[in-house]
Write a new protein. Structure first.
Length: 138
């Protein structure tokens, strides 16, 4: 079995952003040379997320509104913020949206269902963070 590891480094200009990282993941799969296997994509920071969904702007706005209702931003809302942080909401948003995804690789390509794309969700941005892409197979 072969493996390939690659990192994406991201630094969003806003505190909250959703970025389609599918092209970068596809590029990593091609570079790996793996024809049949699995691709793990993992947010390597506790206030960011990786998830799969549709690349539709209305849906992205819905995510933003929904997440803000479930875990609203506010320095006085979370015990975590008593440590001097202001990102208690970001930790909860990450838990809701997920840490990682695994996608099958078939015939050297990501084996998606209709409309599926891979997204990086940033909930406490404006600093450098990384995403792990780990590909295993033959």
């Amino acid at each position: 079995m072969k493996s390939h590891t690659q990192y994406l480094w991201l630094n969003t200009k806003n505190r909250y952003e959703l970025l389609n990282i599918t092209p970068q993941v596809k590029e990593a799969v091609e570079k790996s040379g793996i024809e049949e296997g699995l691709c793990l994509v993992n947010a390597m920071h506790i206030t960011s997320s990786v998830f799969i969904n549709d690349d539709e702007e209305g849906l992205h706005q819905d995510f933003s509104v929904w997440l803000e209702k479930l875990a609203p931003y506010g320095k006085d809302k979370y015990k975590h913020n008593l440590t001097g942080e202001d990102n208690g909401d970001s930790h909860l948003k990450r838990t809701i949206m997920g840490r990682e995804v695994v996608v099958a690789i078939s015939a050297g390509k990501l084996d998606f269902g209709p409309w599926e794309q891979i997204f990086y969700g940033e909930f406490d941005g404006r600093r450098k963070k990384r995403v792990l892409i780990k590909i295993i197979g033959e």
